[in-house]
Design a protein around this ligand. Structure first.
Ligand SMILES: Nc1ncnc2c1ncn2[C@@H]1O[C@H](COP(=O)(O)OP(=O)(O)OP(=O)(O)O)[C@@H](O)[C@H]1O
Ligand SMILES: [Mg+2]
Length: 239
């Protein structure tokens, strides 16, 4: 559904991605693992249109997305939850969520937005309890849930999640993964970058391993879990 084909990209003259090809099929959870600085976040930035490609193709179904600005990519249904969960700290939980639906809010589709809020609160009941609280006063895990909830408010066709477990306690990592699994069961298409490779491979359908801006290995999550090279290099890290 979302395809990156032979992508080269970088920052200024520094090239970071040296020919990345990734396919995220509809309804699947695909994870991207690799050591620090491998280029995972850069790949997510390319997929969401935040970083232009130097060469290669980005497409959603048959629709080419390369060359489009991030807000146009989002309009086509790609929603990005960036590393470091950026919520609006001085807005309430509810207002943060409504920002995610701002396009529809402009057209007065209030009832639909209320449906979406109910759906998001179904995934993250804690956000419902705290809907009037200022986002900046939420715990790290709650902010991550809010960042994911806000992305869902745009009714994405594909969700890009960059290290949703970063900085969270083990209990909250479990909660975030439970929400990811629920989304997957509901049919959401997702690309997940995750430092806890074992946890990610436990829930993903397919995985790509990245080193130095290249994909060095890919296969079903099941295959990669059983691969001794992967086990030694990445699977030590379980939360
Ligand atoms: N804005 C930027 N300007 C210049 N170089 C950058 C920028 N962002 C990232 N880089 C460089 O690109 C390379 C890949 O970084 P990236 O953030 O994609 O890695 P990552 O795989 O997400 O790492 P991590 O696991 O630490 O999050 C790194 O060498 C990094 O220093
Ligand atoms: Mg990163």
């Amino acid at each position: 559904m979302l395809t990156l084909t032979d992508i080269h990209a970088g920052y200024g003259r520094t090239s970071v991605l040296n020919g990345i090809s990734i396919n995220v099929p509809r309804g699947q959870l695909v994870c991207l693992i690799g050591s620090n600085g491998a280029g995972k976040t850069t790949t997510m930035r390319v997929a969401s249109g935040m970083l232009p490609v130097q060469s290669g193709r980005l497409a959603l179904e048959q629709q080419p997305l390369d060359g489009l600005a991030a807000h146009h990519v989002q309009r086509h249904g790609v929603s990005h939850v960036p590393e470091g969960r950026r919520v609006f700290p001085s807005l309430s939980v509810l207002d943060n969520l409504e920002v995610g639906a701002y396009r529809r809010a402009r057209f007065g589709l209030r009832a639909k937005i209320d449906d979406d809020l109910d759906r998001v609160f179904g995934y993250f009941p804690r956000l419902k309890e705290r809907r009037q609280q200022l986002a900046g006063t939420l715990s790290g895990g709650e902010q991550q849930m809010l960042a994911m909830g806000r992305a869902l408010m745009s009714r994405p066709r594909v969700l890009l999640l960059d290290e949703p477990s970063m900085g969270l306690s083990p209990k909250l990592v479990d909660d975030v993964f439970a929400a990811i699994c629920e989304l997957r069961s509901a049919g959401m298409t997702m690309l997940l970058v995750e430092q806890f490779a074992a946890t990610a491979l436990g829930v993903a359908d397919y995985a790509y391993v990245m080193e130095n801006g290249r994909i060095v290995l890919h296969g079903t999550a099941q295959q990669l879990k059983g691969d001794p090279a992967i086990r030694d290099a990445y699977l030590g890290k379980a939360h």
